[in-house]
Design a protein around this ligand. Structure first.
Ligand code: ISJ
Length: 289
């Protein structure tokens, strides 16, 4: 080893120590601003304030990943920011996650921990129904399996309620993936009583009650005619009624006028259309060349 190297390293490590102090100071400043935002939200709306803003969080993440360059992997930056955002939400109003993982997959646990951070308690529930009950109680976010065509008792038809305190789909997990850090490609949906909110790129979820013989082509044409674009994610038929879960482009609110147009223009083929939430479109796999 040369004589120079240790001295050079000492200097570089001093640089790291200085940068870390600066980063930590900035994190403390950020937390102080978050505290003020939390107080302002509580003053304006009390305990029912939207302490978690999924659309804003998605935009912040897109901003950091969009600006990123240099040697640090983008997935590391994304994970750091998810931790910052989750800590900032926990500071304002503590919350927990109720997770239903039918296969008890550790990758489900991993996705929840990665998105909702180190502080968030995660409870494993025995059924999707149990998760939805827990979400009805305060400050619990539910995490449920991605809807699938094969399910005998899907969870998603329960979300089409008229209740103002309705449970909504608010996020799709994972928001980002690391090519090397995942060992299975799994997706989950987060549901909560706080509202989904628009970001610059969203997907909305809608349940339509349809005539059992309505074809995919005709459904596509009816959607198009109502100014909507998307496809079927899952279907559930019972007693001559078909419920279809649709994934649609863009943010669509529960009161969107296109819902009435869709039902009204369908000649009785669609008897009801209900939006059950939205999520920011995920960033996908980061750090691929
Ligand atoms: C700070 C806020 O609360 C939460 C924390 C955020 C943050 O740390 O940047 C962003 C959105 C909210 O989920 C806010 O509403 O702006």
């Amino acid at each position: 080893m040369s004589e120079e190297a240790p001295a050079g390293l000492d200097k570089l490590r001093e640089d790291i120590d200085r940068i870390d102090r600066e980063l930590h100071q900035l994190l403390r400043e950020r937390a102080a601003v978050v505290r003020r935002i939390g107080l302002a939200k509580r003053t304006a709306s009390g305990e029912r304030a939207a302490f978690i803003r999924p659309g804003r969080e998605a935009e912040l993440m897109r901003g950091r990943i969009g600006d990123h360059d240099g040697a640090l992997p983008a997935a590391s930056v994304a994970r750091i920011w998810r931790e910052i955002l989750s800590g900032a939400c926990q500071m304002q109003a503590p919350f927990g996650v109720a997770l239903y993982s039918p296969e008890r997959s550790i990758s489900h646990w991993d996705l929840v921990r990665n998105h909702f951070g180190s502080l968030t308690p995660i409870r494993l529930c025995a059924s999707a129904q149990r998760v939805l009950q827990e979400v009805g109680q305060q400050n619990t976010i539910g995490v449920l399996p991605w809807p699938d065509h094969e399910e005998a008792q899907p969870w998603w038809p329960n979300l089409a309620s008229e209740d103002a305190r309705a449970v909504n789909i608010v996020s799709a997990l994972p928001f980002y993936e690391s090519a090397t850090g995942r060992f299975e490609s799994r997706r989950l949906m987060a549901v909560a009583t706080y509202p989904p909110e628009p970001s610059s790129d969203d997907v909305s979820y809608m349940i339509v009650d349809t005539h059992p013989e309505l074809s995919r082509t005709r459904l596509g044409a009816l959607l198009n005619q109502a100014g909507l674009k998307g496809g079927v994610m899952a279907t559930y038929g019972r007693e001559g009624l078909m419920k279809q879960l649709l994934e649609l482009d863009g943010f669509i609110g529960r009161q969107d006028e296109r819902l009435g147009r869709l039902v009204g223009g369908s000649d009785g083929a669609i008897t009801r259309a209900a939006v059950i939430g939205a999520s920011a479109r995920p960033l996908g796999v980061l750090d691929t060349e």
